[in-house]
Design a protein around this ligand. Structure first.
Ligand code: UN1
Length: 533
């Protein structure tokens, strides 16, 4: 297949297209401009701003694609994933570099995020030869019972900008393997990365109409239109990664249509350090959980909950190590983190400083936007044109403060002092979220209690809150999601429905719960005969 993703006459600018029914559809009048967050003069991608009709057409094309794809044997569907895994491996470096330029993810992390998609494709290529149902014994003679996984239909996928390859792969790959067709609305922060990922799906040999892409904004744009398609009867399932507020809207629309959406939402993830912890390991983990990806992961640590006996050491080590982090151009292999993904995240992160101070928290490290003349030591970026921010650490934070409760994408973390495991657990469970969690301790009893009592979908023992592996269930509870999970065998339940089938070979009408029950009663001695007369 011929690809038309090309430069716009502007050097280095990629022109993204909508992809509907196997056809590339260029932008009309409304165009999204995606600029490099490390250098706002670098126009990375131009993409269509899709309207309601564009989204509707994509859903119609997906309905047509579904008819054929759902009847393609699962091992043949999986063969596309075998090729996709190979193509992703071959394209890993250029894809990672482009992703790094488009959203500012440090190049080492961008490679990791492509690897996550490779791992996912490899896992599900083999699942195509399983996708097991069950054989179940019948209560009646000459009768067989079976279960089958059936695809749902058209799946709408809406994804965020912070993991523009890994997270879409978690949704699109299993949805397709299960026999569904997809309409994908990628993040407006990463339309170019989405287009390159789509190109690989096309080259892997996906038939027309099976994967359709519509670009645009979420609120008031293509994302909102795709959600409207649920009640219009054009979409059978939505899978969404993004904010809790939007997740609630999707949940309401899906609920009215009696659908179960997959919702991966926000987090305010606790990382606990008990008094007996290996402190060097804990500081290393806390640093990576808080400031890796500039704190822009749904699994980033929000509250570092520290036993009072080790708080002085944790406070000084964390402040020192955070102030030594190297900020700069994400393509520089040596940087700890790059810019924020967009202005919106930067603005909210700036407001969070005032919110924390108003509520009585203290600044251990006063993270600020990097501006020309005010660069931190070792800074290796463009302060004038990049969206850079230095690490912020709030100290003496109490769990009832807004900064302890509200998610904030950006380099910021809170220190919360506690006394022992009971208080640590209360603080760790003290937000409405429940995505990821971590504890550092050498005490097996404390590990067990944390595993059993923490209300989070994911728990690390002596490891960071981030870095879930691609074949373990990923997802959260409370404000972090509706309990659906991504990845591994667990995600199959999100993209299939169970069908129960019975085959009766007896040649007569056998009545379940009636004929079988009577037959066993006749064989048993009569209960009445046992009673004295
Ligand atoms: C996200 O931020 O939406 O576990 C996903 C992690 C990554 C995925 C994060 N593998 O941190």
């Amino acid at each position: 297949m011929q690809s038309k993703a090309q430069s716009a006459g502007l050097p280095h600018t990629l022109v993204a297209y909508n992809f509907v029914g196997g056809k590339e559809i260029s932008a009309g009048e409304a165009v999204l401009h995606r600029k490099n967050p490390a250098n706002r003069n670098d126009l990375v991608t131009l993409a269509p701003e899709s309207g309601l009709t564009d989204v509707q057409k994509a859903c119609e094309a997906a309905r047509v694609g579904f008819a054929r794809w759902s009847r393609t044997p699962a091992p043949q569907r999986a063969a596309v994933l075998t090729r996709l895994a190979r193509l992703l491996s071959e394209a890993k470096e250029p894809l990672a570099r482009f992703c790094s330029r488009e959203i500012g993810k440090p190049i080492r992390e961008a490679r990791g995020s492509v690897q996550e998609a490779i791992d996912t494709a490899e896992f599900f290529q083999s699942e195509g030869r399983r996708l097991y149902g069950q054989t179940v014994p019948s209560e009646l003679a000459n009768k067989e019972l079976f279960t089958y996984r059936r695809p749902l239909g058209v799946v709408g996928v809406i994804t965020a900008g912070n993991f523009p390859i890994a997270v879409p792969s978690w949704k699109i790959i299993p949805a397709l393997l299960c026999g569904n067709s997809v309409v994908w609305k990628p993040s407006e922060d990463a339309p170019g990365t989405a287009t390159l990922f789509l190109e690989l799906f096309r080259r892997a040999g996906l038939p027309d109409g099976v994967l359709n892409v519509v670009h645009g904004r979420g609120a008031g744009g293509a994302g909102e239109h795709l959600i409207a398609m649920i009640e219009a009867g054009h979409v059978d399932k939505i899978s969404f990664t993004g904010s809790t507020a939007v997740g609630r809207q999707i949940g309401a629309a899906a609920g009215r249509a009696l659908q179960v959406p997959s919702l991966e939402l926000g987090g305010k993830n606790p990382l606990v350090i008990l008094a007996d912890a290996d402190l060097d390991l804990a500081i290393e983990g806390a640093l990576w959980a808080s400031f890796g990806t500039a704190g822009q992961r749904c699994t980033s640590a929000g509250n570092i909950i520290v036993d009072r006996h080790v708080m002085p050491s944790v406070r000084s080590a964390l402040a020192r190590r955070a102030s030594e982090l190297k900020l700069g151009d994400p393509l520089d292999e040596s940087v700890s983190y790059g810019p924020l993904i967009n202005e919106r995240f930067l603005e909210r992160w700036i407001v969070q400083r005032a919110t924390g101070l108003e509520d009585g928290a203290e600044l251990l490290l006063d993270g600020r936007r990097v501006s020309p003349g005010q660069e931190p030591p070792g800074f290796a970026g463009d302060a004038e044109n990049g969206l850079y921010a230095t690490p912020r650490i709030f100290d003496r934070v109490r769990m009832n403060m807004r900064i302890a409760q509200e998610e904030c994408f950006g380099p910021t973390v809170n220190l919360v002092e506690v006394d022992g495991i009971d208080q640590a657990l209360a603080a760790a469970n003290g937000t409405p979220y429940g995505l990821s969690s971590a504890i550092y301790t050498r005490d097996a009893g404390a590990m067990l209690r944390f595993k059993e009592e923490i209300r989070a979908g994911m728990t690390s023992i002596n490891n960071s809150t981030t870095g879930a592996e691609a074949h373990l269930p990923f997802g959260g509870n409370g404000w972090s999601g509706n309990g659906t999970r991504e990845s591994g065998i667990w995600v199959l339940d999100a993209y299939t429905r169970w069908q129960a089938v019975n085959v009766d070979l007896s040649g007569k009408l056998q009545k379940a719960q009636i004929d079988g029950a009577d037959a066993s009663l006749q064989a048993a001695p009569s209960f009445a005969e046992l009673l004295p007369r």
